[in-house]
Design a protein around this ligand. Structure first.
Ligand code: MIG
Length: 647
């Protein structure tokens, strides 16, 4: 059952698709203050708290504090409380079991047994909250899956990408020209390694201007895209949130003419911040007309045969603003460097960093927020950006999705974004941003998957091999072995780091074997994905969602059920030749090596399982089976008619 309560002056975020009548009194836990919202709940020793989508730490979020504030956060480490997404759904499991969705575009803080180990507290002070309390309709499996299902019904069906989006994507911030891309494709071809897409990072644009193509590097994008498509390979260009301020640049000029950019407090001056193109303006995606305008701009690329996009920098990330630069420059001018004491030295040396995503900058511009998010004629109210911050990236994705309906009607388009909030799960997927080439980050990605699924994000994946820093061959292999199972499977890395495409390492045939497994599984993965989207189910489930009474399952966070048929137990430690795996029921172990499966029945219990570096191990659940088709070099060439059923 779902009940709804309101606090403060909630904004219609469009996150939900069902009408629920509002109740007066919220009796769960202790409401310390209605507004600013301040709520507490006493956690029993056994209580676990799940949810919060894209975030650090465990599947059980207990023991730390989290803040929903979409952040350009390349330094994911355990001290961080916010990443790119703001996913305000929590699921409490224990003495009482219920879900809560805090529908707000504003910052909201979750202290989950951090300040006091037995207190969960939630607080927020800008705008308002539509709060949904979800209690189980069944006691089956402690009601956990039921609560998620009810919640997902409330927020509407998750985005379903085209079939080819389950193919392997190769990306690199560093492909600069058509030739760079052709070289990568050629290498994959030579080695017979499957490939479905190449991502185009910001260097394809002219001076990082959205919706431009640098002709000196890509003389004929349409011809390139057609040529590649013959081999079943598609291009996926990036689009950044900021629009370059430049006379003569049509996107800038149209945006100004139509008043589509966010403005400062004076209501006149467009807000300016520095991102990749230099000084840029930001489209007011809250304005339905501006949204459609921006969305239709993708036509420059769809006209070239492009069928997929990734939206970046849409928290929005800001390297600097006019204001923050001025502050730093004045500080520098006024600093007497002839005699710095140690505190002034640290302030001085840290000055440059203070301009990046500076909290003050988010208070300098405004949005016109319509009462009805989809109706440009509905009355609107002005909000300062920081009060509605968490919707910005989500609305950029919505802009692209709305644009596609007009510029590519009837076509399935792949969309994924960096920033997101619940609601955006209906318009596109997400990738989990700038993870480092660290084993700990591989582990983190395993734990994020079920949390993202709870919040409606099904088309998800991480940068295979890690984005920042130099990777190692074994890390790419182990990360690929996880990526085989995630809907978005993309190897991506940062400019200046070690090259990490599959063909860069010794024994590329080991990578081929892994990708052969992916392609053998794609029809199965895609069908399960569609089922999970349509039936509001999680594709990745923590063990305890199926075995809520099982003590070991309850604390196993590095294994996941994949839909109803499989269990995965990725290796995420360097130099490990295998790992301990807990089987809460008898299963069949599948060892995939040299592009072939071998099967072994296993009893319930804890086992040490060998997982050689060139292999993948996964488990078929009791009385279940999984169809494998023949591997293909692209999803275009997958033959679904011939399958090998493993059980
Ligand atoms: O400031 O476009 O997360 O995937 O390669 C960095 C360059 C901007 C951040 C994205 C990353 C992408 C990079 N972008």
């Amino acid at each position: 059952m779902i009940t709804k309560y309101t606090f403060g002056q909630p904004i219609n975020t469009g996150a939900t698709v069902k009408q629920i009548p509002v109740q007066d009194e919220f009796h769960t836990g202790k409401l310390l203050s209605k507004w600013p919202f301040n709520w507490e709940y006493t956690l029993a020793p056994q209580d676990k708290v799940f949810g919060l989508g894209e975030n650090m730490r465990g599947i059980n979020k207990r023991g730390f504090k989290y803040t929903s504030w979409c952040s350009d956060e390349p330094h994911h480490d355990e001290s961080k409380s916010s990443l790119y997404g703001a996913h305000n759904f929590i699921l409490i499991f224990g003495k009482e079991t219920f879900g809560l969705f805090f529908d707000t575009p504003s910052r909201i803080d979750f202290d989950i047994g951090f300040t006091k180990s037995d207190v969960l507290s939630v607080s927020s002070q800008d705008t308002g909250i539509n709060l949904y309390l979800i209690t189980p309709d069944t006691q089956e499996k402690a009601g956990l899956l039921n609560i998620v299902q009810q919640f997902r019904e409330l927020i509407g069906q998750s985005y379903i990408p085209p079939f080819w989006a389950f193919g392997f994507q190769q990306s690199r911030w560093g492909y600069k020209t058509e030739q760079d891309i052709l070289d990568v494709v050629q290498k994959y071809k030579e080695l017979n390694i499957p490939l479905d897409a190449i991502c185009m990072d910001i260097d394809y644009m002219e001076e990082y201007e959205d919706f431009t193509i640098d002709k000196s590097k890509f003389p004929d994008l349409k011809a390139l895209s057609q040529k590649l498509k013959k081999d079943g390979i598609r291009l996926i260009p990036i689009i950044d949130a900021g629009v370059k301020v430049k006379e003569g640049y049509s996107v800038y000029e149209e945006g100004i003419k139509n008043d589509f950019f966010c403005k400062k407090a004076d209501g006149k001056t467009p807000y300016t911040a520095g991102v990749w193109p230099g000084r840029s303006h930001f489209t007011d995606f809250f304005n339905p007309k501006a949204r459609l305008w921006f969305g239709k701009k993708y036509k420059v690329l769809t006209d070239c045969g492009i069928e997929g996009f990734w939206n970046d920098m849409n928290e929005p990330a800001m390297f600097y603003s006019d204001e923050s630069l001025k502050y730093v420059s004045e500080k520098l001018k006024n600093t007497d460097i002839s005699n710095l004491d140690i505190n002034s030295f640290f302030e001085f040396s840290g000055l440059g960093e203070t301009t990046k995503n500076n909290p003050n900058d988010y208070k300098l511009f405004y949005h016109n927020v319509p009462e009805n998010p989809d109706d440009p004629e509905s009355p609107s109210k002005l909000y300062r950006h920081d009060q509605v911050h968490n919707m910005y990236g989500a609305l950029m994705t919505k802009a692209a999705a709305e644009g596609m309906k007009q510029i590519a009607p009837g076509k399935e388009i792949l969309l994924y974004s960096r920033a997101s909030t619940i609601g955006a799960h209906r318009y596109g997927g997400i990738w989990t941003g700038d993870v480092n080439s660290w084993w700990s980050h591989l582990e983190q990605q395993i734990k994020m998957l079920p949390s993202l699924n709870m919040c409606g994000f099904l088309y998800v994946g991480s940068d295979i091999g890690g984005f920042s820093y130099d990777t190692s061959r074994d890390l790419v292999l182990r990360w690929t072995a996880l990526g085989i199972f995630t809907p978005l499977m993309r190897n991506h890395s940062a400019n200046g780091t070690r090259l990490q495409e599959c063909f860069r390492f010794e024994h590329p045939e080991d990578f081929k074997s892994l990708l052969d497994l992916r392609y053998s599984l794609i029809p199965y993965l895609y069908d399960e994905f569609v089922k999970c989207a349509k039936e509001n189910k999680m594709m990745f489930k923590p063990l305890c969602f199926e075995y809520p009474e099982d003590k070991i399952a309850a604390e196993t966070e590095d294994q996941l059920f994949l839909s109803d048929q499989l269990m995965i137990a990725p290796v995420y430690k360097q130099n490990a030749s295998g790992r301990y795996v807990y089987l809460p029921e008898p299963m069949t172990k599948v060892l995939w090596q040299n592009s072939k499966p071998s099967l072994q029945k296993m009893e319930k219990g804890i086992h040490y399982v060998d997982v050689p570096l060139d292999s993948v191990v996964f488990f078929i659940r009791n009385n279940q089976s999984v169809p494998l088709c023949k591997p293909a070099v692209s999803t275009e060439f997958i033959d679904r008619s011939e399958v090998n059923i493993l059980s």
